[in-house]
Write a protein that binds this ligand. Structure first.
Ligand code: ASP
Length: 329
């Protein structure tokens, strides 16, 4: 059987030297990456390699990621039993969630990367790639959508986040914990989240035409830079304090924006949900939801922005957007 490996660059492939000689850049291909993995050949799976890009993940786009998902879909239809995508870890929590929203197959789509590049002592890329390939080939990992595998942990794309700038244990799922582990080469699933219906992937033109801003609220924030946003953007995600709060002075501005574009309320804390009916002061969740903001639920701001952009690109109206966030948030 075959596992399809798609490569997009990132630290896992950074063994080249920048033109000015300072710092590493992506250079390694899928063949280089797999050649550096002891044990991969014993997996009993052929790896079908697709080198797509060699960029830092900060430079990836929605369109590139959706193109990889479409190519991966074709690989599954041609008989692959699972997919591995290697890329940079910086945006991995966003790209994995984007794939998860549109992935319509039972076969696993596993995203991995590395925190230590191959020129350093103890690079984690080979171990992560091997664990990801094991999960992609595992019958137990079917029907789980997009997964993130690093540090021998298996996380649902829906819940995972990058939580540390350098640690090899950077990925965690604060609300759900890992779905499982790879232990002595064996895939051990501990829990299975419910899958939502996949969304259809929008075409590139519709996607390009939809812009979604993210505003992180901070102390004494009056949101003056939000003025005029509805003329340039189609949606806004607000990363509020705690359970979904903003300074009282910002609330009317957000309410006015919500009359023109969807404004989704999330928490900037990195874990937990926006509430619905606990606090009643100006700027609280009750006030903001009454002003027409959409409750992002448990979705963190970055993931909420991905979902909102996909929904807008699909032509969803305000009511449909609110329904989807109620279902997926
Ligand atoms: N800056 C790198 C990237 O996201 C970091 C990594 O791969 O871990 O491409």
């Amino acid at each position: 059987m075959t596992v399809a490996l798609f490569t997009l660059g990132g630290t896992i492939s950074m063994a080249g030297v920048a033109p000015d000689g300072d710092g590493v850049v992506a250079r390694l291909t899928g063949r280089d990456l797999t050649a550096a993995v002891p044990g991969l050949a014993d997996l009993g799976e052929d790896l079908e390699i697709h080198d797509v890009e060699a960029v830092p993940s900060a430079s990836l786009t929605f369109a590139q990621v959706l193109d990889v998902a479409a190519a991966a879909s074709r690989a599954i239809e041609a008989g692959a039993r699972g997919v591995v995508l290697s890329q940079g870890t910086d945006t991995l929590e966003e790209t994995a969630f984007l794939v998860d929203l549109v992935w319509a197959h039972a076969e696993p789509f596993v995203v991995t990367g590395a925190m230590r590049n191959p020129t350093l002592a103890g690079p984690d890329g080979p171990a992560n790639l091997l664990a990801a390939a094991r999960v992609a080939a595992s019958p137990d990992a079917r029907d789980l959508g997009a997964l993130v595998v690093l540090n021998d942990e298996i996380h649902a794309a829906r819940w995972v986040g990058k939580q540390h700038s350098t640690s090899t244990a950077t990925f965690g799922s604060p609300d759900a914990g890992p779905l499982g582990h790879v232990i002595e080469g064996r895939v051990r699933l501990l829990t299975r989240p419910l899958r939502k219906q996949p969304l259809s992937a929008p075409d590139h033109d519709r996607l390009a035409a939809r812009r979604v801003a993210l505003h992180v609220v901070s102390l004494e924030d009056d949101g003056d830079r939000l003025d005029g946003l509805a003329d340039t953007h189609d949606g806004l995600v607000v990363a509020g304090f705690g359970v979904g709060h903003v300074p009282a002075a910002l609330a009317p501005r957000l309410g006015a924006l919500a009359e023109r574009i969807p404004v989704v309320l999330t928490s900037r804390t990195g874990g937990g949900s926006v509430l619905t009916h606990t606090y009643g002061a100006p700027g609280s969740e009750v006030d903001l939801l009454r002003r027409g903001l959409v409750n992002g639920g448990l979705l963190d701001p970055y993931k909420a922005r991905i979902l909102l952009r996909l929904l807008l690109a699909a032509g969803s109206d305000g009511a449909a957007i609110a329904r989807e966030f109620a279902e997926r948030g």
